[in-house]
Design a protein around this ligand. Structure first.
Ligand code: ADP
Ligand code: ADP
Ligand code: ZN
Length: 215
């Protein structure tokens, strides 16, 4: 099954995608994670992406479309994938439709995680991840079971993203409302858009998504 998780920064896309990947074997394709790997590589593209991401803006469509098209072709995506962070513009959504058709793949559900903007700054500024396996945590809402120890891999090293500060969050939310939200009517018109309550507790959000994918 191929899914899109849509929602503003901090909505819980990554959290839910990690859970679906662990339980159902669909692979999480996070364009944010892919871009952070490119930034780490220090190539000219990485340097360009780094400054765009720090400014809370969007990386150009053509870069993202090529990146996701190549990633979908990798063997682990054959068993199904969850797009987390893509598409983010109508141009990307249209390109995705074309590429899926060319590849003979179907898009089963587009799941919008509905959240209040007011909750997002707290979600994002409290976010951290395991430096070794990437599992996501939160200072208030999802602490590791044992202090300073990753629940999944036992690592004691964690990291915070450079763009997860209050100032950049404002820019990212603005970009979401201006550039990404117009995707919602695009998918609603094609009858694939479903909604879940992203303000509910993490387990409850998972249950709502499972109801959709089992329908
Ligand atoms: P979040 O999970 O907080 O929404 P992401 O990790 O998905 O953030 O993305 C981090 C940054 O990477 C974005 O602010 C943007 O600059 C860039 N980015 C990620 N995906 C895309 C995309 N599909 N199109 C353009 N830029 C993107
Ligand atoms: P996104 O990928 O959409 O940017 P994340 O999954 O990284 O969002 O979630 C942002 C932060 O909020 C993380 O620290 C995560 O642990 C936390 N979080 C995710 N879902 C919820 C929820 N339903 N309630 C409270 N906190 C949540
Ligand atoms: Zn870990």
């Amino acid at each position: 099954m191929n899914l899109i998780l849509l929602g503003p920064p901090g909505a819980g896309k990554g959290t839910q995608a990690q859970r679906l990947q662990a339980k159902y074997g669909m692979v999480q394709l996070s364009t944010g994670d892919m871009l952070r790997a490119v930034v780490k590589s220090g190539t000219p593209l990485g340097q360009k992406a780094d400054s765009i991401m720090k400014a809370g803006q969007l990386v150009p469509d053509e870069v993202m479309i090529e990146m996701i098209s190549n990633r979908i072709d990798e063997p682990d995506a054959k068993g199904g994938f969850i797009l987390d962070g893509f598409p983010r513009t109508v141009v990307q959504a249209e390109a995705l439709d074309r590429m899926l058709e060319e590849k003979g793949l179907k898009l089963h559900h587009v799941i919008e995680m509905v959240v209040d903007d007011t909750a997002l700054t707290e979600r994002i500024t409290g976010r951290f991840t395991c430096a070794k396996c990437g599992t996501g945590y939160h200072d208030s809402f999802k602490r590791p079971a044992v202090e300073n120890t990753c629940d999944v891999c036992g690592s004691h090293e964690f990291m915070r993203r450079a763009d997860d500060n209050a100032e950049t969050v404002g820019k990212r939310l603005e970009a979401y409302h201006k550039q990404t939200a117009p995707i919602l009517p695009y998918y609603a018109g094609r009858g694939v858009l479903k909604q879940v309550d992203g303000m509910a507790e993490i387990d409850e959000v998972t249950r709502q998504i499972e109801t959709i994918i089992q329908s």
